[in-house]
Structure formats: C-alpha cells, structure tokens
Write a protein that binds this ligand. Sequence first.
Ligand SMILES: *[C@@H]1O[C@H](CO)[C@@H](O)[C@H](O)[C@H]1NC(C)=O
Length: 362
Amino acid sequence: MTLLMFSLTLMTIISAANSCPPSDQAALMAFKAALSEPYLGIFQSWSGTDCCNKWYGVSCDPTTGRVVDINLRGESEDPIIAKAGRCGYMKGWISPEICNLESLTTLILADWKGVSGELPSCLTSLSSLRILDLTGNQISGKIPDKIGSLQKLTVLNLADNTIKGEIPAGIVDIGGLKHLDLTNNQLSGEIPSNFGKLGMLSRALLGRNQLTGTIPESICGMKRLADLDLSMNRISGPIPSSIGKMRVLSTLNLDSNLISGEIPPALLSSGMGILNLSRNALEGNIPDVFGGDSYFMALDLSYNNLKGPVPGSLSAAKFIGHLDISHNHLCGAIPLGSPFDHLEASSFASNDCLCGNPLSTC
Ligand SMILES: *[C@@H]1O[C@H](CO)[C@@H](O)[C@H](O)[C@H]1NC(C)=O
C-alpha cells in the first residue's frame, strides 16, 4: 500500500517534470500568435510554461508529457461557448510551427468561420495524427500530395472551406481512414480510380465541389461504405451497376451532376435509405424491381429523362417515405394502393402524361 502510494507520488512528480517540453510550448505559442479570437478569450488560458496544465483545448499524454490533442471548436456544447451565447469566430492562419508537435494525434480547429491561409503541407509529417478536423473556416490551398503518409489518420474533415486542386492520388494509401468529408470546397479533377482501396471508409462526403470524370467502379468494392455523397459536382457517365450490391450503403446522394445511362435495378430492389439521383441525365424506364427489401426514407429521381410508366412494384416496397419522380417523361396510370395513397401531386408533377390519384383521373 505504502509502496503503491510512493510510486503514484513518484509518477506524479515525474510526469509533472516531463510536462510540456519547451519545444511543444513554443509551437503552441506560435500557433496562438497566428490566430486571433476576439470574443471568447480562449487563448487567455494559454500562458505560462506548463501547456499541459489547463490550457483551453490542449491535452498532453500523461506519461510522455507531450501535447497530443488540440481540440478547439467554435460551435460546441462547451460551457465557454454556451455562456457567451454566440458561436465562435477566429481569424488568422494555421502556423506551420504546429508541425513541431510531433506527438499530436488530434488537431481540431473547426467552425471558427474566419481561419484562412493555406493548409500547411508539413502537416503530413505528423505521423501520429488520427483526427484532422478543420471544417467551417476559409482555409485555401491544396490537400498536400503526401497526405497518404498520415498512416494513422481515421478522420479527415476539411468541409466548408475553399480548398482547391485535385483530390491527391495518395489519399487512397490512408488505410485506416473511416470518415472523409471534403464537402463544399473548390476541388476539381477526377475521383482517384482506385478510391475503393479505402477499405475502412464508412462516410465519403465529396459533395458541392467541381469534380469531373466518372464514378469509379472500385467504389462498389467498399465493404464498409454507408454514406456516399457526390452531389453537386460535374460527374458524368453511368452509375456503376454493382453499386446496388453494396451491403451497408444506406445513403447515396448523386444529385445535381451530369450522370447518364439507366438506373441500375439493384439500387431499387436492395435496402437503401436515402437515394437522391435528382437533376441528372438518367434515361430509360424506372426499373420495375421494388420488393420487400426496398426501404426508402427518401427516393428522389426528379429532373431526369426517365420515361415509361410508374413501376407497379412500388406498392410491394417495404417502405417509401418521400418519393419524387417529378420532371421526367413518365406516362400512364399511377398504380393504386400504398404508397401512392399518401403521396402528393407534386411527387408526380411535370411528366408527359401521368394520370390517376393524386393527379387527375385518367
Ligand atoms: C435531392 O437533390 C436535389 C438537388 O440537389 C434537392 O433539391 C432535393 O431536395 C434532394 N431531395 C431530397 C429528398 O433530399
């Protein structure tokens, strides 16, 4: 017992002695100096030499005393932000000196709206980094080519910034990546054709960019992908037919692109959740393949060039919440029964010659 107490005391002394090496303290001071946060004063706590002791948003490894986490969110449940009754605002840029924090595993500087400047390319040398979240700022520049050297990265969130250039080919080397969110930037070029190599990825959110090219076939082999969003880009070509065989895929947003060809039948017969193919150039009939596995909270096929009838098998679907097949070239009588009895006329509007409830009688 006394021995335990003794060793605990000793450990406390050692870790206190190890806390915040001067190089980590200097890196944090440089990081702070490049940023300005005028409303909450979060950086006021960043003073003195022990950066492991009550510096807001900073955490250290208790054994090594090195800085491991920087967690600064402008929109959070944190009392400091709740108390201020406003969301955070910060301007400035990310100092490359942050790259001296060799043990950093988490870098979150999210939703501050005004942090600008380029993404420091030296970030790719932070080989322990697991979470990089810089969402909701005005960060520009490119995603570094060497992003693939961040071998421990599980979350890469750069959404809602002004990042340009291509998605670097090396991104597919981040073997453990689970969440990739690049939504609402200015990315151009094609999605790497071997994107499917990201075997652990469960969310791939690439919407609202200027991506071109086709949907890589390799995506269909991604066993854990649950959420794929490529909406509002300039993606063309067909939907790969085996995309409907992806077992865990439950949200697929391909709306507002230049996608052509026919709807792969397996997409409608399998369990989906949300499928948005609106505002593309899809043609052919809506496959008449709905059945007991078809479960759609939302199914939006509006604004395409679909023709033929409303498939009768829709009434065999397990569930259809929201359906929109408006603005196509469909023709014929709307089938009777569920789900047609709870849908509104707007779901069927602007087609060539649809009729029957909820539209006018045939
Ligand atoms: C599908 O995408 C379109 C266009 O991007 C959007 O207007 C529509 O609200 C989306 N549908 C659903 C059900 O979210």
